[in-house]
Design a protein around this ligand. Structure first.
Ligand code: CA
Ligand code: CA
Length: 82
């Protein structure tokens, strides 16, 4: 998946989980990347998260979470290509 970290991330983490288990995470800061969108002078960073893991259930639930602690107009994330 492509993950986009937008605006004022300050060492917070993004998590991909299944069944309560973290299968990958990534930490971001606002001064890496390039200024593309959002507010102020905060930069955006995007990364490709390429994760392989086994599962046997017919259904797979993926949870995308972060430890962001401010409003979405200050720090947020998006994704594509899951
Ligand atoms: Ca920005
Ligand atoms: Ca924050």
């Amino acid at each position: 998946m492509r993950l986009y970290a937008i605006d004022s991330w300050d060492n917070e983490r993004f998590y991909v989980k299944t069944k309560g288990r973290v299968i990958t995470s990534r930490q971001f800061v606002h001064n890496r990347g390039v200024k593309i969108c959002g507010v102020g002078n905060w930069k955006e960073e995007f990364v490709v998260l390429d994760v392989t893991f086994g599962h046997t259930d017919r259904r797979l639930d993926l949870w995308f979470e972060s430890s962001l602690n401010e409003h979405a107009n200050n720090e947020s994330w998006g994704f594509s290509d899951v």
